[in-house]
Write a protein that binds this ligand. Structure first.
Ligand code: ISE
Length: 334
């Protein structure tokens, strides 16, 4: 393996540009070799500051002998096919969430890994966020007693697209909670219910979910994509002997004119800046050592998120509590 890992980033949108910056500026041992996007003008804009090559054919980039690892940050529908192409090419891949919104596609990726070995790390970066790290440590160290409930809210300033729906809040935004709650509690899910209040305007109303775990715990998740005031994601874990709650993360507070002000980030990239760097460094270790990082999420976790999201969207559509039914976890992901 080369001394320096040559990384290609596929996708030059919001997340691709962010991953390109991290690889180029915050990933010792890696070099940003190429930015690939069908829109070569957008790819060139991302590549220029770092002197990376510009490409437009993802499969060709993945197959290049001078590319050691791949970060997939292209549109969601391309994530599973491009991850499969990386597996076929023997390249480790860090795939942005979701692996797929189709459980069947996630199973296909898992089958490819069963034949070729582990290649896929999934971009559920909250597992690397200090707030969730401390929450999981408190539980694992016995400071809370047995976990009973976890309250979560996930608020965006406004919906990312005009056609965003309540169901998309479940399938696009909530997978972060679906994954990180499984990671923190060490659980899987058995059922999900979903509800929506009614807004006074035409904006997408929040979605409120109640998820039941296989350890008879309750998890509630609020996804509010039109919170207006800021990007704000917090959680509280309630145990039988104590609880731990996240505070609003701000590096400074301004006091003036008889008031105090702590700013909110505009979106997830600022709030999770450090988590993305930690996640991508863990991916680099996976590439160089071949050992999958225990903290990271895998294709199995992508399947688990897709299954509960699919059930959650059905619960919202039907107004009925839906079972969450998964296959047994393959030994490969034990
Ligand atoms: C977006 O797709 C993300 O992945 C962000 O992390 C999340 O906070 C946001 O709600 C999603 O829309």
């Amino acid at each position: 393996m080369n001394m320096t890992i040559r990384v290609a980033v596929i996708g030059a949108g919001l997340m691709g540009a962010d991953h390109a910056r991290i690889v180029a500026e915050d990933l010792p041992g890696a070099t940003l070799a190429a930015i690939c996007d069908r829109d070569t003008t957008r790819a060139a804009t991302v590549a220029a500051p770092y002197g990376a090559e510009v490409a437009s054919d993802p499969e060709a980039v993945i197959a290049r002998a001078d590319i050691d690892a791949v970060i997939v940050a292209s549109p969601d529908v391309t994530h599973a096919p491009l991850s499969m192409a990386c597996i076929a090419a023997g390249k480790k891949v860090m795939c942005e969430k979701p692996l797929s919104q189709s459980p069947a596609e996630c199973l296909a990726v898992m089958r490819a890994e069963a034949a070729a070995g582990r290649h896929v790390m999934l971009g559920f970066m909250r597992r690397f966020d200090q707030a969730y790290v401390e929450m999981k440590a408190a539980l694992d160290q016995g400071r809370l007693g047995r976990a009973l409930m976890m309250h979560n809210f996930h608020r965006n300033v406004e919906t990312p697209a005009a056609d965003f729906t309540g169901a998309m809040a479940i399938t696009n935004s909530a997978p972060h909670e679906f994954d990180v709650v499984r990671h923190v509690l060490g659980c899987d899910y058995t059922a999900i219910s979903a509800f929506q209040p009614r807004r006074s305007d035409a904006r997408v109303a929040p979605v409120m979910m109640v998820v039941e775990t296989d350890q008879h715990q309750l998890v509630n998740i609020e996804i509010n994509n039109n919170a207006a005031y800021g990007y704000d994601v917090r959680a509280e874990l309630v145990g039988e002997a104590g609880s731990i709650a996240m505070t609003h993360v701000a590096y400074t507070r301004s006091d003036a004119a008889l008031g105090s002000h702590a700013a909110y980030e505009a979106d997830w990239r600022g709030r999770y800046r450090e988590a993305y760097i930690r996640q991508n460094r863990a991916f680099l270790c996976f590439v160089t050592t071949g050992v999958f990082p225990a903290q990271a999420s895998s294709a199995w976790d992508g399947y688990a998120a897709a299954i509960v999201a699919e059930a959650g969207a059905k619960a919202l559509a039907t107004g009925q509590r839906q079972p969450v039914q998964m296959i047994a976890k393959p030994e490969l992901y034990a």
